[in-house]
Structure formats: structure tokens, C-alpha cells
Ligand binder design. Structure first.
Ligand code: 6PG
Length: 311
């Protein structure tokens, strides 16, 4: 079928390519004229036959809001907008309501698979009316991985992005568990071949997984990750997962700790630990480390030879 794709970055561009390889006609628009088929969003809309389907694959937040607002002006009754970005599910209801005033349909679609999706297919989690999702099935069929899994019509508008949000929360927790296991193995000298250990776990173990495969791939490039700084950003899905957990009073200790570990990774020094160190020094005379890095003697401190267990 024919579809418009707005946003031709590393996700949208590869998805457009997978759709073309699958026999669909894709008209793409990107702010970068070097990537774009259409000169403007208006031209993209004009080049599509009614009823149109336009897939929005731009960063969540303002860029998505702006694109959906513009499409609301340009599209007509019977057309459908699909938001495939990592949008917050609460925005979906708003977008659907705004577009429905003109009779334009809206489907939210969480997309997983990253830069590997072109080759492996994209796992899709959709939310929206049955009729709209049904009409888009030829597109979903081409984008998704081969086989029975990799696609779910999760519920009404918002359900797709809610499912993707929870998926990403799980992703945070799984990555953190691999990360902590790796740090412990590297810190002890009991296991001599840490990379080999992870590599061996790819077959037969309970924790074999794609994330484990990717970790081994990273360790193959840089065995002790010496080229990297221990610094991790986040794009919002982990925060929204934790916020939703608070709203529903659901305990998420693992995902929350994984999110907070990323926040901690961005601090060169820990303000909170300054308070802990200051208080230990105040009440117990325990050793403190000065801002310059020298270890101060505390009442019960043996001096500068601080071990991991005692100060
Ligand atoms: O399933 C996926 O393909 C990924 O989850 C994808 O959506 C992306 O890599 C995340 O947005 C990264 O999220 P953070 O920046 O929050 O780690």
C-alpha cells in the first residue's frame, strides 16, 4: 500500500527502506532535504491518495506534537496518522481527540528493534480502533519480524505506547543486571576470562538473550570497555514507567534502581554522599576524603590505607 513517512532518521529511514523492499510505495519527508522525497509536509500529503496513512517517526515531545498539529491541518476525514515514536502514552489520547475533530484516525505504535530493525524486522505494539489497525495491517506485516510474534494490537489509543514504555522499563532492568554482574566479575580476580564467561552464557543458560549477545559484541570490540565512560543518558521511557508505577501503587524496585543508576552515572561527584561522609565524620569520627582526594584521618581510622570494608 501507499504510506507517508515523516522523519527519515536512523529509525524512520530504515523503516521506509524495509517498506519499499516489501513492495510498498513510501513518500518520505524529512527536514533534511538530502533525505527527503517531498519538499514539504504539504507536498507529502498532496502526493498521497485518499484515504491517506502518514507514519510520524520523529522525536517524542515537541517535534511529534508539531508534526501532528501540522498534519491535522493538512489531512482530511478518513485519513490516519500513526505515531511510531517513543511518545508518552498520555499524549496519545490528546492527539487522537484533536485529530478526531476532523474525522482523522490515530494509531499509536511502539516500535522496538533499533538500528537492527531493517534486517531483523521491528517489534510493533499498537493502540487504536480495530478498523484503523486493520487497514494498516499490510504495513505492520512488512515492518514486523518474520513469524507469528512481533506484533500486538494491545488495546485502544495509548495502549501501544504504554506497552512500549513497560518494555523499555524491562530493558532498563535487564541491562542493569548484566551491567552489575559484569562489574562484579571484573572487580574480583576469581574469574580470569570475564568476556569468555558472558560469551559462554549465550548458549543453554537461563539468561541467554539478545541483550547478552549485544554485550558480548561490545566486549569483543573493547574487552574491558576502556574506551567508554560510565555515563548513560535516558530518553524518558524509564521515568514514565516509574511514574506510572507510582500512579498505580505498583512496586518496581528493579526498574527504579536501574533508572536512578543512570542519574548517578551523570554525577562526577555525589552531593548526597558528601552528606553521608560528613555525618559519619561528625557522629563517629570516621575518615573523610577531601575534595582534592586526600584521605583525612578519623578518630578510628588507621590513616590513608583505606580498604573497601573499613575506613
Ligand atoms: O526497543 C527499542 O528499540 C529501544 O528501547 C529503543 O526504543 C531505544 O533504544 C530507546 O529509546 C532507548 O531508551 P533510553 O534512551 O531511555 O535508554
Amino acid at each position: 500500500m501507499q504510506i507517508g513517512m515523516v522523519g527519515l532518521g536512523k529509525m524512520g529511514g530504515n523503516m521506509a527502506e524495509r517498506l519499499r523492499r516489501g513492495g510498498h510505495e513510501v513518500v518520505g519527508y524529512d527536514r533534511d532535504p538530502g533525505l527527503s522525497d517531498a519538499g514539504s509536509l504539504k507536498e507529502l500529503v498532496e502526493r498521497l491518495q485518499k484515504p491517506r496513512a502518514v507514519w510520524v517517526m520523529v522525536p517524542a515531545g515537541k517535534p511529534t506534537q508539531q508534526t501532528i498539529d501540522d498534519l491535522g491541518e493538512l489531512l482530511d476525514e478518513g485519513d490516519i496518522v500513526i505515531d511510531g515514536g517513543n511518545s508518552h502514552y498520555v499524549d496519545d489520547q490528546k492527539h487522537a481527540a484533536e485529530l478526531s475533530q476532523k474525522g482523522i484516525g490515530f494509531v499509536d505504535c511502539g516500535v522496538s528493534g533499533g538500528v537492527w530493525g531493517l534486517q531483523n524486522g521491528y517489534a510493533l505494539m499498537c493502540g487504536g480502533a480495530q478498523e484503523a489497525v486493520q487497514r494498516l495491517m499490510p504495513i505492520f506485516e512488512t515492518l514486523k519480524p518474520e513469524g507469528e510474534d512481533g506484533f500486538v494490537h494491545a488495546g485502544d489509543v495509548g495502549a501501544g505506547h504504554f506497552a512500549k514504555m513497560v518494555h523499555n522499563g524491562i530493558e532498563y532492568g535487564m541491562m542493569q543486571a548484566f551491567a552489575e554482574g559484569w562489574e562484579l566479575l571484573e572487580a574480583s580476580d576469581v574469574v580470569k576470562d570475564v568476556r569468555g564467561c558472558f560469551s559462554s552464557w549465550r548458549t543453554g543458560t537461563v539468561i541467554r538473550s539478545w541483550l547478552l549477545d549485544l554485550l558480548v559484541r561490545a566486549l569483543d570490540d573493547d574487552e574491558h570497555l576502556e574506551q567508554l565512560r560510565g555515563y548513560a543518558q535516558d530518553s524518558g521511557e524509564g521515568r514514565w514507567t516509574v511514574q506510572a508505577a507510582v500512579d498505580h501503587a505498583v512496586p518496581l524496585p528493579v526498574i527504579t534502581a536501574a533508572l536512578y543508576s543512570r542519574f548517578a552515572s551523570r554525577q562526577d561527584d555525589s552531593p548526597a554522599m558528601k552528606v553521608v561522609a560528613a555525618l559519619r565524620n561528625q557522629f563517629g569520627g570516621h575518615a573523610i576524603t577531601s575534595a582534592e582526594g586526600s584521605v583525612g584521618k578519623g578518630a578510628d581510622s588507621p590513616g590513608a590505607d583505606v580498604t573497601p570494608l573499613r575506613d
